[in-house]
Design a protein around this ligand. Structure first.
Ligand code: 5GP
Ligand code: MN
Length: 331
């Protein structure tokens, strides 16, 4: 709790706040943003919500999602403080934010996060790497500040926890995540409504994209590493976008014996050389955050990501070399 003293002083002394998170937000990023912001508004705080990628379709049920703006320029004026949630690296908020940061209008910056990779880039950091979701840290902060948890806030924070625990199935699912979730249900979150909203409203384009991606599944010789690949032509053929690859990495991960699952997703690059966004998931002992960090990315021990420039062959070779090293040490 002592970790909340500094941030609570900043929140109390601020009149106008910006809450934000990383690009391509997941349920934890947006749920934490909305949960924190909505709890502060009844205190007379003017809160603006910003995410460079906006709200993806599978999260377009979140309360007050219409408040989330994706262009900073459309939010005039200056802020006393900016709270960055679920994002340790300030650069991941996006290019526009970095540019605006230099003007000084963002005020003091506070990072609230549960990622283990620390990049000391804000004025203040509230880091709890053991928390299963940033939403759990926000829940504790709201309690610390003695603010009310309305059903909208409960829905936002429950979404955050469900998203980051894989519906209470990953290793980070423990008594704390379940206790906080139970209290959020008591305060109005509906588990069936939220799960259906997140997982049972897939666009047909996503299922078609999956159909094209499935044949790309590859298993390493020893069966430790499985990968799936989505390239630009697959997006074009199915009229789908990057949000449609959400959850694809869980397919190689579900294969028996696999220790590390990988999703290679092609992203547009200015130089035509190719760029691959990589999602890593660990089902065993391998610390995939350590591997991602070596490639300039980061994340958690069991879920991490990074990017590699160049051809898919180059990306695979680069990543698999590092994974082999990591697997060699561990098994
Ligand atoms: P995902 O594979 O779902 O995009 O990301 C898994 C985890 O890794 C998330 O916690 C995410 O924040 C983190 N992550 C993904 N890509 C990057 C990256 O390029 N840099 C950093 N620092 N973290 C990443
Ligand atoms: Mn998170």
């Amino acid at each position: 709790m002592s970790d909340f003293v500094g941030v609570s002083e900043i929140l109390k002394s601020s009149r106008r706040l910006l809450v934000t998170s990383h690009e391509s937000p997941d349920g934890d990023a947006l749920g934490s943003m909305l949960g924190l912001g909505l709890s502060l508004e009844p205190e007379g705080k003017e809160v603006e919500y910003y995410n460079a990628s906006g709200v993806p379709p599978h999260l377009d049920f979140l309360p007050y999602r219409g408040r989330v703006k994706s262009v900073l320029n459309e939010i005039p004026g200056s802020f006393d403080a900016t709270i960055i949630l679920d994002c340790t690296d300030i650069g991941r908020v996006g290019e526009e934010f970095l540019t605006e940061l230099e003007t000084g209008r963002m005020g003091r910056t506070v990072i609230i996060d549960h990622h283990s990779t620390r990049v000391p880039s804000a004025d203040m950091h509230v880091l709890f790497p053991c928390a299963a979701a940033t939403g759990i840290i926000v829940f504790s902060l709201i309690k610390y500040l003695e603010l009310e948890i309305t059903s909208d806030i409960a829905t936002s924070l429950y979404t955050a926890i469900v998203s980051d625990t894989g519906s209470f199935s990953y290793e980070n699912t423990g008594p704390e995540a379940l206790r906080v979730a139970a209290e959020l249900i008591e305060r109005g979150a509906s588990p069936s409504y939220i799960s259906e909203a997140i997982y049972q409203r897939e666009p047909i384009s996503k299922i078609k994209l999956l159909g094209l991606a499935l044949p790309t599944i590859e298993l390493s010789e020893g069966g430790d590493v499985a990968s799936i690949t989505v390239d630009g032509t697959m997006f074009e053929r199915t009229s789908s976008g990057r949000a449609d690859t959400e959850g694809f990495v869980n397919i190689p991960r579900s294969i028996k014996g696999v220790k590390v699952a990988v999703l290679f997703r092609e992203v547009s690059s200015s130089d035509n050389e190719g760029k691959w966004k990589i999602s890593l998931r660990s089902k065993g002992e391998v610390n995939v955050a350590a591997v991602a960090e070596k490639l300039g990315g980061g994340g958690h021990e069991r879920a991490a990501g990074c990017s590699i420039r160049g051809s898919i062959e180059h990306a695979k070779e680069n990543l698999f070399d590092l994974l082999r090293e990591e697997l060699g040490w561990k098994v």
